[in-house]
Write a protein that binds this ligand. Sequence first.
Ligand code: PLI
Length: 435
Amino acid sequence: MKRHSWAEPFKIKMVELLKMTTPNERKKVIKEAGYNTFLLKSEDVYIDLLTDSGTSAMSDRQWAGMMTGDEAYAGSTNYYHLEDAVKKYYGYKYLVPTHQGRGAEHLISQILIKKGDIIPGNMYFTTTRLHQELAGATFVDIIIDEAHDAENEFPFKGNIDINKLEALIKKYGAKKIPYVCVATTVNMAGGQPISMENLKAVRALTLKHGIKIIHDMTRVAENAWFIKHREKGYAKKSVASIVKEICSLTDGGTMSAKKDAMVNIGGFLAINDWDVFEEARNMVVIYEGLHTYGGLAGRDMEAMAIGIAESVNDNHMDARIGQVLYLGDKIKEIGIPIVQPTGSHGVFLDASKILSQLSQDEFPAQTLAAELYLESGIRSMERGVVSAGRNIKTGKNHYPKLELVRLTIPRRVYTQAHMDVVAESVAAVYDRRKK
Ligand code: PLI
């Protein structure tokens, strides 16, 4: 018999005990939190699906690496290990460590953007866009239209619409566009991947116009897994080789190592251009720390170097995405509307459909997240009008087309039984949605 099921390529040697709360306790604490799951205390949470950021379980090897931290102020051995890992697995030439992804976004935005510039991107992440805006740019979303349609099952909803990019270049001129921001995978679209074919087309067009590509590489290994399983010609390639190919089509990347690389804290800017590197390593000293630690301890850099290698392992990634797809399939089977197809790092409930009686100004996604906590102590994250932020000039709400609740799965943390409880709890909330 052919084996279809996957299982984790690890066993568990330490556990963290969880507090189980009663409905009355949950009622009290969610009220105190203003019905905002970000303001809950984590000890009051049973299954924490707020984010996959910094919440993954490190391996025994990563923990062992922590013990080899070289905490020298300058030239830490662990910095060089991290530099080797970034070169080996991503292929970028130069490395500037930062405390997390947004530290790198700050550096690259300040270095490459001039006031009045345009930054096109395949949707946005909140901090990424804000750093671009703070540097004086206007962000323009050039993701394909399918990405804004939760029901559309297109396999690469993270793709860039080449026509939209061409139109922008025509309208503003290439000089006003220092780079295109390409995310792998696209968080706000539901963890949707970009295809290699599309990335190659973006590369060809940007090269023609002398425009850089800065890669938000936060979940690049997860994107690579989707390319392996969905794109023609990649089935026999390893996740590691696909990751390297993706990076080779870009000029540099900002990394939140708290996701793919499974560390609790850490990130970096990686770049191929020496001049940009020089500027970044001077600037990082002001905002993060010396260029060989960038706001991190030596031990953090060691754990990150090891985590990068683990993240591109095919067996790891089969289990990682396998677990997310398992939860997505369970919820879909019940008939609950979710963003399709299920993405890389979580299942995104379509709150505007589930709570269709609420207008966007009544925060349907925030409401659904609060109800799910009340139901069973599961913490999820609003990804709708609240997360979309306010217009930087007028202070008015942005109104994103998608109003979602993200059930984000930390890596190597929860079991399949936890996923079953999550699906059952979502079903219970769905059953009383009219109330
Ligand atoms: O949280 P940081 O500063 O390490 O990274 C910022 C960041 C950049 N890009 C993308 C695609 C992200 O998802 C991201 C952070 N995401 C968080 C915190 C999340 O909960 O999804």
